[in-house]
Write a protein of this length. Structure first.
Lengths: 158, 158
DNA sequence: TGATATTGGTATCAACTGAAACCATTTGTG
DNA sequence: CACAAATGGTTTCAGTTGATACCAATATCA
């Protein structure tokens, strides 16, 4: 028996990559043109709005960005007066990141816009389908990180 | 009423990006270490195995890669003796790409491996779910490309 | 306590990517 | 036919990215 030939169009890693890039480009363009934010910067703002005072390492873990990206985004945002990076009293190496008032203001501006974009992009799915999509993606992600614990983490590679 | 706050972990563009990057990295690492192929190169081989003799522009359309990436991948593969690029008799600008025997041989090696990886990565989904995932992704992709016809195409920008 | 390994964060560098400029050819269109 | 516009491909260049090396501070442990 011949194995069914591989059709690129049916190949899930390919499909996933194409769709994801399409969405990313779309969203990234909006952040950039409307707010001058890169995606890493936006992620940082978003996560700090949820949990203030995180260290860069903690942010890296939550957002699955590597520490170099976090560092760059953090400095850029600090330069724009959107976040502060206070020395941590307990650990002189670490810096606790917080949104400034300006940062909080920006977040208040960006967040609704982001939700609107999400709604627009995924308007082609009904709510149950959108949930289903999230669930499936989460399962894939979990299984993949379980298989390779070092994958995508911000932890130093051995 | 206060809008529900944006939780990054629930934000679909973010989820999609994280999962896709995880899968991509996983797969790309395998292509590279096992066969010395980059993802663009692998896509080119895969698409030529399905339809031989395509022009680079046609490949770009099918794989959603821009023409620079296609050009680079094509030249790299030609350099390795995996594809030929014959001058098209009808259009002296175009080149018809074909897999050489070696290219075909490599594809015969890579394809099963790719399918096995796909199976392993998505083993956490039952077949119906995998299909559902493809369907949902395709819908998102279609709606997004309909909204912005220039997105992701290899066509020259105006 | 000192030696060693770890960890938070930054700097550096090489690779990848895509936009724009470019060349050569082909396709309109008068 | 001639000339503008469009198309296939390549080159160039600038921006982004992540691996690696690195520095400083902390943790571990004899």
């Amino acid at each position: 028996m011949t194995a069914t030939p591989l059709r690129l169009d049916d190949f899930l890693p390919y499909r996933l990559s194409v769709t994801s890039n399409l969405v990313s480009d779309h969203v990234a363009g909006a952040y950039r043109s409307l707010f001058g934010l890169s995606v890493p910067e936006w992620r940082l703002v978003a996560v700090l709005a949820e949990a203030d005072g995180l260290s860069q390492a903690a942010i890296g873990e939550r957002t699955r960005m590597d520490k170099v990206s976090v560092s760059r985004a953090a400095r850029a945002l600090e330069g724009r007066g959107l976040v502060t990076r206070l020395a941590d009293a307990r650990d002189a190496r670490a810096r606790a990141l917080s949104l400034t008032d300006a940062g909080r203001g920006l977040h208040a501006l960006v967040a609704p816009r982001a939700k609107a974009m999400e709604a627009a992009i995924f308007a082609c799915l009904d709510p149950a389908e959108a949930t289903q999509l999230k669930v499936l993606l989460a399962r894939v992600e979990a299984s993949l990180t379980a298989a390779d614990p070092t994958a995508g983490s911000a932890a130093d590679k051995k």
